[in-house]
Design a protein around this ligand. Structure first.
Ligand SMILES: Cc1cc2nc3c(=O)[nH]c(=O)nc-3n(C[C@H](O)[C@H](O)[C@H](O)COP(=O)(O)O)c2cc1C
Length: 194
């Protein structure tokens, strides 16, 4: 049966971040994307995620802070690396941080909450794509550094799922090698034997 959703899923890919241009998604489009992102499997309905919008001048200020943090950690940076840090959040017109917010729960492990965040990020990207935007999610060094997460607005117990870069994009995006799906599944043959 012909299905535009299957057609989309079998061809979707990420756009190169430098090619994500203005116009950024409108507030109404952002609201739609977040609604889709929050409609994901979530064991115990804990809502273990939130979303931070980085847009406008805030992206430039973050670049300055990331460059300063990188220098504090690594010493003086070569000019190209300094410029790279300055531009981290300014390449796309909108970056949405998908943040995993672990909740105390006696039954539900935190790794399930983190997985739910990954699903939220994927739904966010699919919704943005369906609205006509290109997307690309990255984490980068500052996601794994407490000071980096703090300057990006995360609380100490929160973790980065990904920074979804979003913008207008004149595709098609370059294809990259994909796994052969036929090699990825098999019928169950009993317990694992080493
Ligand atoms: C959790 C996560 C973090 C990622 N972080 C980075 C990153 O820091 N830098 C990078 O170049 N790509 C990163 N990637 C890969 C990009 O998203 C990549 O462009 C993407 O996987 C392309 O795949 P697609 O075309 O199937 O969307 C990350 C991917 C995932 C799932």
């Amino acid at each position: 049966m012909a299905s535009p959703i299957i057609d989309f899923l079998l061809t979707r890919n990420s756009a190169p971040i430098p090619e994500l241009k203005e116009p950024a998604p409108s507030d109404a489009d952002i609201a739609t994307m977040i609604a889709a992102a929050s409609r994901v499997p979530d064991h115990g309905r804990l809502e273990p995620w939130r979303f931070i919008l980085y847009r406008g001048q805030a992206r430039v200020e973050i670049g300055r802070k990331l460059a300063a943090l990188a220098e504090q950690r690594e010493g003086p940076l070569p000019e190209n690396r300094h410029n790279q840090e300055l531009a981290r959040f300014s390449r796309a017109p909108l970056v949405i941080g998908v943040v995993s917010v672990p909740k105390d729960n006696p039954k539900i492990p935190q790794w399930e909450m983190f997985l739910s965040g990954g699903m939220a990020a994927m739904n966010l990207m699919i919704a943005a794509n369906a609205l006509g935007y290109g997307t690309n999610m990255i984490s980068n060094w500052y996601s794994d550094v407490a000071e980096g997460r703090a300057l990006l607005g995360l609380a100490p117990q929160e973790r980065v799922v990904g920074f979804v870069h979003i913008g207008s994009y004149q595709g098609p995006a370059p294809e990259r090698p994909r796994p052969d799906p036929a090699k990825l599944y098999a019928d169950y043959t009993g317990p694992w034997k080493a």
